[in-house]
Design a protein around this ligand. Sequence first.
Ligand code: MG
Length: 506
Amino acid sequence: MVAMRPLQSFFRATLAPAGLTTKCRHFTMSAVINDRHKLQQEYEHNKILWAGKKLPEDVNPKNVFASNELDLSEIKVYGFDYDYTLANYEPAVEHLIYQLGKNILVSKYRYPDEIKNLKYDKDFAVRGLHYDIEKGLLMKIDQFQQIQMGSVYSGMTPLSEKEVLEIYGKRALPLDYVEGHLRGTPKMAHLADCFSMPEMCLLSQVVQYFKDNDLLYDTVSIFNDVKSAIGSIHPEMHRIVGRNISEYLIKDAGLVTFFERLRNSGKEMFLITNSPFYFVNAGMTYILGENWRDYFDVVVANAKKPNFFVINRPFRELNEEIDTQTWGPVNTLEKGKVYLEGNLNHLQKSKCWQGQQVLYFGDHPYSDLADVSLNHGWRTGAIIWELDYEIQCLNHEEYKKISGWLMVLQTLIESSQDAEDEGCRQLIKEWEKERDDLRKRTKVLFNQFFGSVFRTHDNPTYFSRRLFRFADIYTSQLVNLTNYSINHTYYPRRGVLPHEYKSFFV
Ligand SMILES: [Mg+2]
């Protein structure tokens, strides 16, 4: 008898606003249906109801979203990361990183010359994937460390659910297996950096090359070589981007408006980046103009985050004329000067900033936001450029129709699952097959290999969980904040807990 209740609640919640309340009353069922014909009628009736339902409104890709309440009137100090936070890059940067890394593999590590013929596939990987270093598998996992079946790749070859279960013997990976890298015993690498997409693509393609050519290879060595090759290209990449700024950097006039507004409102500002100053200077001059440093009270380059937030390492002052650090002690942090390395405690003490008055923006949930959020009480904003594209996918009519019907179908399956009639059980199997097909269709709308950055079919991804934990607000670009007042309060949406579902909508 309880079995049909979710269906009633579901229609109260979803169909009533479309004026279908009267029709929904037909769904008051008190017993499991054990007649295939009647069950099929339920399905057809639901489908007709759903087809008449108005599709949800579009989400604005330029919105700012809140995981936690944030009142901007309490914020006195704005801090920023540089790469992919202030600096928004063209896709050409990913191609450049891939190309330089590939060249190192061949020229320095003596990988086969044919590797040079590989081409970057920008549509292969998404941010937030995990790589099993010993098993050589790239995969997407959710907030419970459950593997998303259909999103596990050995090289560029997808693994079936059966193959995955043969390898791991379970659907969910132990936390220690996934997060061992935090304790110095890495089994898996979490690829959460914006620069990691070309690395993942190169790694997968190289593994595939070895497989296709029946060459013996060690998965750990290939992972280390590709990681090392990509890690070593930064100086060259900085030089090339620095010389061709307009080719690689997106200039948005809205950023000047954003900074002017902060300055006119009396906010203090600082920049903490891991990149070298000459590279940041070239980019910021292009984005904000020659006098960009006037906006900032403190500028720190080569900060080596997240260590900047953890280790009490002294600041060094940069001598810009000879482009090297000075030897003298740094006691105060002065506007107009450039500092290297350093640490958060010295920064806060020197400027007398209190944690809750500081709002720091970065694109990396861990190295930018985790420590300041968890240990120092700073408020945090994540710049997640993938959000723009993903919201466009959510707004797609096909996605709205499929995802809506999926919810109805899943509720039908849940409500009918205890049917004992063989014909009914066969019908439910058909529905389950339809559900699986629809799930695949929604997945490929985002990315044909791995789906959405933010969710598996039912759950937030591992990446999303971290993002929501460490970021008070998140948005696709910094300039989106100019759509709100300087004293705006961002409120999180009241989520419905599983046990609240019915009472929330009645
Ligand atoms: Mg960054």
